[in-house]
Design a protein around this ligand. Structure first.
Ligand SMILES: [Fe+2]
Length: 237
């Protein structure tokens, strides 16, 4: 047996990734994320449980390896959770208002609605306060200029386990509204070999996480439930 073949599969995928073009790496990321997502929602039940578990762990642990070693300390993928210092109350209120005003422009994307590039959101994406906050924690980042308002405001909306595209590698996700007080839908992160992390954000709270590396989902809304979020994409450089 050669030395290479005795390396765990995850390490070998990491090595393979280093040889790939950007497009090839995105292709591999999509395959791994589809595999992780499919296994998490219970596909491949005909396969032995041990094999499914191993395949899931391999996919989950390989996803952070696709980024040129830029996720070295990856554990949960969460960089920050709570009321972020980079937004003032007035800015949250202004984005809340812009999100409401742009609901009619939102387009369906799989099982939720999205408005991209509204003026204030675009401006906020370039905030030097956000940039400084992120850079301090994960090293230098660049905004991808992607700023989306997200809406889960009809019964049955949500998003199945997935990882995000490159544009939202580092995702700053902020809750604008979640009604009613008794919540059903939740954000769940599935870090490798750990219990799932269940997240409910209060109004104005943010989750900053490596959305291109940790599988995550929003569970389905029920009748009467309505959620609005704003999401900004950044790239570690
Ligand atoms: Fe996502």
């Amino acid at each position: 047996m050669t030395q290479a073949s005795s390396l765990p599969l995850v390490e070998r995928i990491g090595r393979l990734s280093a040889e790939l073009t950007v497009a090839e790496r995105e292709n591999l990321k999509l395959m791994l994320s589809m595999a992780a997502g499919g296994l998490l929602v219970g596909h491949a039940r005909q396969q032995p449980e041990a094999l499914r578990r191993e395949a899931l762990e391999t996919a989950q642990r390989s996803l952070p390896k696709l980024h040129d070693g830029k996720r070295p300390a990856f554990t949960t993928g969460i960089v920050f959770r709570g009321r972020a210092p980079f937004f003032t109350d007035a800015e949250i209120a202004a984005m809340d208002e812009e999100s409401r005003a742009n609901r009619h422009r939102a387009q369906r994307f799989h099982d939720h609605y999205v408005t991209s590039g509204a003026p204030l959101a675009r401006e906020m994406a370039l905030s030097s306060d956000i940039n400084a906050f992120l850079s301090e924690r994960v090293g230098p980042v660049l905004p991808t200029y992607k700023a989306n308002y997200l809406y889960y405001d009809a019964p049955g909306l949500g998003i199945d386990p997935h990882v995000d595209k490159n544009e939202f590698a580092l995702n700053v996700l902020t809750m604008l509204e979640h009604r009613p007080e008794r919540r059903h839908s939740e954000l769940i992160l599935y870090p490798p070999e750990q219990d799932p992390v269940h997240i409910q954000l209060a109004h104005g709270e943010s989750l900053v996480f490596f959305a291109d590396s940790v599988t995550h989902q929003r569970t389905r809304t029920v009748a009467g439930e309505s959620i609005r979020l704003v999401s900004f994409g950044y790239h570690p450089i």
